[in-house]
Ligand binder design. Structure first.
Ligand code: HEM
Ligand SMILES: *[C@@H]1O[C@H](CO)[C@@H](O)[C@H](O)[C@H]1NC(C)=O
Ligand SMILES: *[C@@H]1O[C@H](CO)[C@@H](O)[C@H](O)[C@H]1NC(C)=O
Ligand SMILES: CC(=O)N[C@H]1CO[C@H](CO)[C@@H](O)[C@@H]1O
Length: 340
């Protein structure tokens, strides 16, 4: 997986920055709900330094490519929602299988996120071949990345095995989309065993990373017959997005910051943004509007520690969706392909 070159379009006004990213365009994933027993000391005997090995790779990669944290977090989320947290999202398509990561919906998953998982697993394989699953490597690496960019740290339970199924056709319906209603998001998250509170906290993942223009264009031009711009959106913010995202000759690789306030720091600014009409996606902004979600947004905007506590709880829940244990699945040696 190539490291995506990043060229920076310097901001025309202090507050909002835009980036032009030439991604290796890759996709995402699904999941079924079941809770299982993973354990903290799963690799204590078989690969005692697994977390340190992963941490070293992840810190190095983050220095090379700061966009890695957001990319990896999103990929991990998609992996868990499609087929469970079993690294099915890392499988490459083959002649007779269009894999999860090559589904339409996920074409924008960035290369650096994939790269960090592959690198971490290769480093682990050198010291403990055939022992640690790609699924566990993903869970640990994602935790480290969130923490390294300012977010909370939590202990990762381990013992996941890697899935044997990765199909693009299993993605649809298992991942949320920016044009869905809050009620649809709530039922999707519920189907994965996640509550409304979990959903709001996890959406705080949008405190880092980027979205392509097409994901929010309908909000900033011809919103509806009455309004040109989505009335829930800060009007200056909307206007400032029209520059990088013109209606004509749109460059499909241009992206905007998910969190215009502190774009590269994992903090609670995302929730404060929602209170000011500075949510980028419709679904972001609606969390601050809908009466079921708004109270949680307000709590997390007020107190970062509370956001972190809820985020950690929800991440731990999410990282157990549909996991394979015991004799299910396998320990892949190369995360990009099933064993022989
Ligand atoms: C609640 C429903 C959600 C919707 C509708 C949604 C939608 C999106 C969309 C449309 C993008 C932009 C993709 C692109 O243009 O490349 C995005 C990016 C992102 N999402 Fe979500 N998302 C949701 C929940 C989550 C959750 C639960 C997480 C993780 C905890 C997450 C983490 C991210 C991250 C980190 C990015 C930035 C990726 C990057 O910069 O490479 N999202 N999301
Ligand atoms: C496993 O290793 C971790 C980290 O080294 C340690 O904190 C924990 O106590 C160990 N658990 C057992 C059961 O040995
Ligand atoms: C346009 O959107 C606003 C806010 O969502 C809504 O109140 C209004 O009824 C809509 N107008 C039309 C004509 O659909
Ligand atoms: C569902 C969805 O968002 N599909 C998009 C996937 O990516 C392609 C290529 O950018 C878009 O054309 C689709 O609309």
């Amino acid at each position: 997986m190539a490291v995506a070159p990043l060229s920076l379009l310097l901001p025309s006004r202090g507050f909002f920055f835009y980036f032009l990213l030439h991604f290796v365009m890759v996709p995402c994933s699904l999941g079924s709900t079941n809770v299982v027993d993973l354990s903290y000391d799963f690799y204590n005997k078989s690969c005692p330094h697994v977390e340190q090995i992963i941490h070293n790779v992840v810190s190095q990669k983050l220095l090379e490519a700061p966009v890695t944290a957001a990319g990896a977090l999103r990929i991990f989320f998609h992996d868990c929602f499609v087929e469970g947290c079993d690294a099915s999202v890392l499988i490459a398509s083959s002649r007779n299988n269009k894999a999860e990561r090559d589904s339409e919906i996920n074409l924008s998953l960035p290369g650096d996120g994939f790269d960090v998982f592959f690198r971490a697993k290769r480093a682990v394989e050198l010291q403990c071949p055939g022992v640690a699953s790609c699924a566990d490597v993903m869970a640990i690496a994602t935790r480290d990345l969130v923490n390294l960019v300012g977010g909370p740290r939590w202990e990762v339970q381990k013992g996941r095995r890697d899935g044997l199924v990765s199909k693009a056709s299993r993605v649809a319906g298992n991942l949320p989309q920016a044009n869905q209603k809050i009620s649809q998001l709530i039922s999707l998250f519920k189907s994965k065993g996640l509550s409304v509170l979990d959903m709001v906290a996890l959406s705080g993942g949008h405190t880092i990373g980027f979205s392509h223009c097409r994901e929010f264009m309908p909000r900033i031009y011809s919103y509806n017959e009455t309004f040109d711009i989505d009335p829930t959106m800060n009007q200056d913010y909307a206007l400032s997005l029209r520059g990088p995202c013109p209606r004509k000759n749109l460059d499909p690789t241009v992206v905007a910051l998910n969190d215009v306030t502190t774009p590269f720091i994992f903090d609670n600014a995302y929730f404060g943004n929602l209170q000011k009409g500075l949510g980028l996606l419709t679904t972001d902004q609606m969390l601050g509007v809908d009466s079921l979600t708004r109270p949680y947004v307000n709590i997390m905007a007020r107190d970062q520690q509370i956001f972190f506590n809820y985020f950690v709880k929800a991440m731990i829940k999410m990282s157990k969706i549909g996991v394979k244990i015991g004799s299910n699945g396998e320990i892949r040696s190369d995360c990009g392909s099933f064993n022989g």
